[in-house]
Design a protein around this ligand. Structure first.
Ligand code: ATP
Length: 348
């Protein structure tokens, strides 16, 4: 087995009340990576995390930790800790004692407890807060205490289940950067669950896109964004124009009623495919110069770009452009070969 793999899931099947939740999921997680499980609500992300933590026992399949089968090992014997969305701090203990709690159970000596707790509180930016009552802290600070508490006994892997879900947008963005910094400075594995694609792209070395109890794609944020495996991934990660198409011959594809040059080979001639074009990859030109011609139906200012809804031969396109066209204007749309992502047709 590859030594760099810290957690491996092999053919994990989980049912709840006879309903299949994970349907034979396999996943290798490399040591010291920031890995995100990303997918829509109910796709099985939390369940996957709970299988790794030992809180859910799979009906079949195996969980390995550093090459050892831990499928039947109880949670407290795994070198794994969890941070939940709800911080679950002890309200009657101050910040220091919340972090020290697990170490006290292990009966470590006072000097060791003190130095480890102070080190962790410094790491999460709460130096000087030791004596504070946790109820008097903001949501972001409470979550930092929870993170310090989960890290203080030096787990090899930290599981984080939507830990920023309860924070407002600005704080969430700050904490994303913080979490990445903490993970890098400790050099341990973080496995992070979110349904927020932007959060996943910001923080992760590797993103695991899930849907309906199984994995759709594993890759770097760049891979997932630029080379989605299928229409589900393309649609879930950022906005996309997704159209049915037909391969004509090598490097030619037809969609939206036109023929285009593309770079993807390896599809059969006459194969029905799905074509994905990102909204920012469509070049807006005068109508007469366009490969396609469309009517602008709506223009929305989004700060860094305009989002335009354009009707073209019965298709509704989304285009992101730094220049706004006028509602009612006829525009030309050009799409370069590199911007046409072709994938096998999937259901649903
Ligand atoms: P979310 O983002 O909403 O938390 P998720 O992708 O993390 O979603 P899970 O929490 O893993 O999804 O849940 C997957 C499915 O399993 C859901 O349909 C959920 O209702 C069901 N489920 C989860 N835990 C249990 C349980 N203990 N008993 C019964 N059904 C459960």
């Amino acid at each position: 087995m590859d030594n760099s793999i810290i957690v491996a899931l092999k053919n994990i099947v989980v049912d709840f009340d006879g309903e299949p939740i994970l349907t034979g999921l396999s996943l290798d997680i490399h040591d010291k990576e920031f890995v995100t499980l990303l997918g829509p609500s109910g796709c099985g992300k939390t369940t996957t995390l709970r299988v790794i933590g030992g809180f859910v026992e799979p009906r079949s399949g195996n969980v390995f930790f550093a090459g050892r089968d831990i499928t039947r090992l109880p949670p407290y014997k795994r070198q794994v800790n969890t941070v939940f969305q709800k911080y679950a701090l002890f309200p009657h203990l101050n910040v220091f004692e919340n972090v020290a709690f697990g170490l006290r159970l292990q009966k470590l000596d006072e000097k060791e407890i003190r130095s480890r707790c102070l080190e962790m509180l410094e790491l999460v930016g709460l130096k000087g807060y030791e004596r504070r009552n946790t109820a008097a802290l903001s949501g972001g600070q409470q979550q930092r205490v929870a993170i310090a508490r989960a890290l203080v006994n030096h787990p090899k892997v930290l599981l984080l289940d939507e830990p920023l879900g309860a924070l407002d947008l600005k704080l969430r963005k700050d904490m994303q950067i913080e979490l990445k910094r903490i993970q890098q400075s400790l050099d341990i594995t973080f496995i992070y669950v979110t349904h927020d694609q932007e959060e996943a792209l910001t923080m992760s070395d590797t993103v695991v896109v899930m849907n309906r109890g199984d994995i759709q794609q594993i890759g770097s944020p760049q891979d997932i964004y630029n080379e989605p495996n299928n229409a589900f991934v393309a649609d879930f990660i950022g906005e996309s124009n997704i159209l049915d198409g037909v391969m004509l011959r090598d490097f030619r594809v037809e969609f939206a009623g036109q023929e285009f040059t593309c770079v993807d080979a390896g599809f059969g001639s006459r194969e029905i495919v799905q074509v994905v074009v990102r909204p920012e990859d469509i070049q807006v030109v005068p109508a007469i110069q366009g490969q396609l011609t469309g009517l602008v139906e709506n223009v929305i200012f989004k700060g860094v770009h305009y989002e335009m809804h354009v009707r073209q031969a019965g298709y509704e396109w989304i285009i992101h452009s730094t220049q706004a066209s006028q509602v009612g204007e006829l525009i030309g749309m050009n799409i370069g070969p590199d911007e046409i992502h072709i994938m096998h047709r999937t259901q649903g």
